[in-house]
Ligand binder design. Structure first.
Ligand SMILES: Nc1nc2c(ncn2[C@@H]2O[C@H](COP(=O)(O)OP(=O)(O)O)[C@@H](O)[C@H]2O)c(=O)[nH]1
Ligand SMILES: [Mg+2]
Length: 178
């Protein structure tokens, strides 16, 4: 049997959004304290994992300004063979919503321009939606307005997309068994 090409997933977002932590979770890290030791990602990291018999090649694109510029100028290289793009917003970093949205819009524009007929799924993670997050009306309003802008941008494209609230600090989770 020939081995199929791994599915390529790009994780994109500003620095400190939580991308590397999410990738660690996906690759099986369970030790919660290890999320406190993560250093900012320099450049990009490619991680190969296997979930339910499917191989994934996960690209964790470091979000610091210098790297963001490079991705934007060479985006076609990163997009090559990409199956899924996941954009991560840190919902607790309200001061940088605008900057994150600007980056998001540029990435979406480039993805549209470079998709070359590929079927690319898009997910947006509204991340750091921790179970113990203290929400108030002001924060709620800001998150909803961020979500509206994300939807408005994506509705102007023909991408299939889904938006999720995510956190690496999920203490208890329940799923129905098959
Ligand atoms: N509160 C909270 N903090 C998180 C979560 N995920 C990651 N972090 C923290 O956010 C910071 C940046 O995470 P990192 O994965 O390095 O972000 P990256 O720069 O996007 O790769 C670290 O201090 C993480 O511990 C989360 O779900 N909730
Ligand atoms: Mg990182």
């Amino acid at each position: 049997m020939t081995k199929s090409t791994p599915k390529k997933i790009l994780f994109i977002g500003l620095d400190n959004a939580g991308k590397t932590s999410i990738v660690k979770c996906l690759s099986g890290t369970k030790k919660l304290t290890s999320f406190c030791e993560i250093k900012p990602t320099k450049g990009n990291k490619i991680i190969s994992i296997n979930i339910s018999d499917t191989d994934f090649s996960i690209w964790d694109l470091g979000g610091q300004e210098a790297f963001r510029k490079e991705y934007l100028s060479d985006f076609d290289d990163y997009m090559y063979g990409c199956n899924k793009l996941i954009f991560v917003f840190d919902i607790q970093d309200t001061k940088r919503y605008e900057l994150a949205l600007q980056y998001f819009e540029k990435i979406i524009d480039l993805t549209e321009a470079e998709k070359n007929g590929n079927n690319i799924e898009l997910s947006v993670f509204l991340h750091k939606f921790d179970p113990d997050l203290i929400k108030n009306d002001a924060l709620d309003k800001k998150i909803n307005s961020l979500k509206d802008k994300v939807k408005e941008k994506l509705d102007s494209t023909d991408f299939f997309y889904q938006i999720f609230n995510t956190s690496v600090y999920v203490i208890f989770s329940k799923r129905i068994t098959e």
